[in-house]
Design a protein around this ligand. Structure first.
Ligand code: SF4
Length: 360
């Protein structure tokens, strides 16, 4: 837990969740329903809550959708962030409706008097503002062929927005700087972190599909988290947002920044392997994901699935329990000690039973 020396950032409250100031790195996601359909949006937020999403962002593109904020709020448990572009009237409406945070770039609001009213209302309601600068929407950035120059351009744009809020004595700020390129994202976050202590929301934007997007996000976010940068994360994937939350937690868990839930380790197999380990791992993972109430509150547990007991037991010493497979039978072990033999048709169910028993 102490390997990564986290940068000290300002503590910001988003509803009842704290971001920054040394608090746990929180996991966010975003709905992809039509927010004018509040029931569909609530349904998706509930699915995300179930897998541990801690803050949810919803885009409100017009006033019609903004009127739904209080209905959505009433039916969900986690803080709601409203994503607004340009129109300050939508921002004022979502504040009125009780939103917990705004994602809006003040420099895009236009007239100063409108901006002044908006900031005053956000302040009065104790609502923080996330400034989010994405490379994709930054004019001229694509002509810069050096990633450091692109990073500086992102930071300059973010600083423009930050200075506007600071001018109005508004400091409940969270900032995100995202590109679909790891180098640019990492450099921009590093530069920003050297300028201000506002919490950083990390993500690689347009990261891609479940597999490639997860790898890209893990690589990019991993570098920044290792630097101690980052207070809240979103893994952006072209996939069901539930997967974003799952991947974000896996990343935090494997970096030992959040300690909870079940980690399955398994060997790569070799000529000693006498079992269909790929099938076994997939069955175990499926059954684990079907266990209700396994989430960020679950006790940490490491399960090992090994292809043989010649080396399997020794190679999985740090696992809490697991199976070392064999042709006719395998062995079930706990904390390095053999509990007994188990036949292939029973080992997955036996293991799942032990997991359930441990979690109760
Ligand atoms: S545990 Fe056994 S099967 Fe798996 S890689 Fe090691 S030696 Fe091979």
């Amino acid at each position: 837990m102490n390997f990564y020396k986290r940068l000290q950032t300002r503590k910001i409250n988003v509803g009842d969740v704290t971001i920054g100031g040394g608090s746990l790195i929180t996991v966010q996601s975003m709905t992809n329903t039509d927010s004018r359909d509040w029931r569909a949006t609530v349904k998706q937020v509930k699915q995300l809550e179930e897998v541990g999403c801690e803050i949810i962002r919803v885009s409100f593109p017009d006033l019609e959708s903004a009127y739904n904020v209080s209905k959505i709020k009433k039916n969900i448990k986690i803080p709601l962030v409203a994503d607004i572009h340009f129109d300050y009237r939508i921002a004022l409406e979502v504040i009125k409706q009780g939103v917990d945070k705004l994602r809006i770039n003040p420099g895009n609001i236009g007239l100063k008097d409108k901006l002044k009213v908006l900031i005053k209302e956000a302040k009065k309601a104790h609502i923080p503002i996330r400034i989010g600068v994405n490379a994709g929407s930054l004019k001229g950035i694509h002509s810069l062929d050096d990633s450091l120059l692109r990073a500086k351009a992102l930071v300059n744009k973010a600083m423009e927005h930050v200075r506007i809020l600071e001018k109005y004595d508004f400091h409940d700020i969270i900032v995100s700087l995202k590109a679909s390129n790891i180098e640019t994202t990492v450099q921009s976050c590093r530069i920003f972190a050297s300028k201000r202590n506002y919490p950083l929301h990390l993500g690689i934007t347009e990261a891609g599909s479940l597999r490639d997007g997860s790898i890209k996000s893990a690589a990019g976010l991993g570098i920044m988290l290792c630097d101690g940068i980052g207070d809240t994360i979103r893994v952006s994937l072209t996939a069901n947002p539930v997967e974003e939350v799952r991947v974000a937690y896996s990343l935090l868990r494997y970096m030992e920044l959040r300690n909870f839930g079940i980690e399955v380790i398994s060997c790569p197999t070799c000529s000693r392997c006498k079992v269909d380990l790929i099938k076994m791992v997939s069955e175990v993972e499926q059954k684990i994901s079907a266990i209700k109430n396994l989430n960020k509150f679950s006790k940490p547990l490491k399960i090992a699935l090994m292809g043989c007991f010649v080396n399997g037991l020794g190679e999985s010493k740090d696992a809490d329990f697991g199976i070392a497979g064999g042709k006719e039978k395998g062995v079930l072990f706990k904390n390095g000690k053999i509990l007994g033999e188990v036949s292939p048709d029973k080992w997955v169910d036996k293991l799942i039973y032990m997991i359930r028993d441990y979690q109760v």
